[in-house]
Design a protein around this ligand. Sequence first.
Ligand code: NAP
Length: 265
Amino acid sequence: MNTNDPASVSTGPTQVPTQVTVITGGGRGIGAATARRLAQQRSGLNHHLVLSYVANADAAQSVADLVTEHGVGASIVKADVAVEADVHAIFTEADRVGRLTGLVNNAGILDAMSPFVDLTAERLERTWAVNITGVFLCAREAVKRMADGPTTGSIVNVSSRAASFGSPREFIDYAASKGAVDTMTVGLANEVAGQNIRVNAVRPGLVHTDIHTSGGDSERVDRLAANVPIGRGGQPEEIANLIAWLLSDEASYVTGALVDIGGGR
Ligand code: NAP
């Protein structure tokens, strides 16, 4: 579903392809905040955001509407990042509207809090499928399109401080999936550094989004805020600022970095 924009926009005597950033899970939480931030930052710069969602079309559409109000193109694509054909649909839309320069590999899931001994094979497979396979597939499709491009491509993987803490008694599966994202970030960054692509990860701590409701404790951020040196949970916009910076040319010498953003925790 598209909300606007042709494949390229005339900006003078030559046609400059529209630059495209894909944000998986761009309809809610950190992904939506990143879309809003990029809309401000790229306003009037011939940019287009492809926002994927898996279930909440209305949320994704309202973010897309807001993005277009800033003069930035926006499309929404229904896609489960764990399904390869769905991932292809996201990038087919990116190809339709312009040239891919950014990927925010943000979509992720958190299952209910569980002791390690109760983790089922079914749960583990779903966590790996969305949080690892989905991130790998999206990065693979992005690299194919960004390699040796005329402008630097930038991939930002959304990992978690949980990769370091391990999330005992809560979600060791989730934490381990983010550990895999960190390892992929470092390896891929090295592999494609010579192809004009930067790859980094952000590792948020406790951030006020709906993901904690999926984990079974909507009050989790406030409950644990006392453990955060800054004394509060983070806002999605604070994570979005870092992601937007890593996407931008201001971060031109940053690659293979795992950037913690957890209020000191
Ligand atoms: P959120 O508010 O629950 O949003 C998750 C987003 O991911 C939604 O847009 C959702 O789409 C999408 N999504 C979920 N499963 C998907 C799938 N299988 N395929 C495609 N999209 C899918 O979560 P959030 O807190 O913003 O999380 C974003 C990222 O930040 C995740 O990778 C998470 O692990 C990471 N993170 C969050 C925190 C935190 O405290 N919030 C901390 C560290 C890291 P729908 O809207 O269609 O459901």
